[in-house]
Write a protein that binds this ligand. Sequence first.
Ligand code: AMP
Length: 213
Amino acid sequence: MKYVLFGPPGGGKGTFAGQIKKILPKIPHISTGDIFRENLRNKTELGLKAKKYMDDGALVPDDVVIDMIKDRLTQNDVKENGFLLDGFPRTIEQAEALDEITDIDAFLLLEVSRDIIMKRLTGRVSCAKCNEIYNIYTLPPKKEGICDKCGAELKHRSDDTEETVNNRLDVYKKNAEPIIEHYKNKNLLQKIDSTDTLAMSEEEIKGAIGYQD
Ligand code: AMP
């Protein structure tokens, strides 16, 4: 299956991706933000190019992101098991570029209120090693600052401050409408209330993503 997971920063894309993985364990979860952060950590050329945009909560230029995604979507795991794209496309140009690379099965739009987003992002911590996400208010790890899954240190993202979050939400609002329209016109739009996707049963998740065994 080939899915695009779309929604505001803090809209629960990472959490919902985890829920989809329970149903489709082999599907590669491809998060452009995670790829950039990994490149930043490893100080690659791509990471250095992306850094100044990420620090401001702005978008990395389309040509950089599109080249990166083209490269990722031609790898073997994707050929065998499809993909769950998270954080791409973020502009209409990226959506059109994706159309040229491949067809998708569904565009999953996660919807949630701005108040919940702020709480999620300012409380979010994630594992520096395996990317598992926690929230100090709503989903704390068993031991403070330590990942339950792999024991590595948990970090707060430097772009999860209130100011940067506001900027990222404004950027999302400006770009989201034409992208949603693009997939609506292709009959691929599936809206999902992501206030509490962790409470969804497997049957509910299958229904929400239009998956049949
Ligand atoms: P995310 O983890 O998805 O919130 O992404 C973190 C940051 O990475 C964003 O604020 C952008 O600076 C950059 N980024 C991630 N995905 C994209 C994309 N598709 N287009 C442009 N910039 C992106």
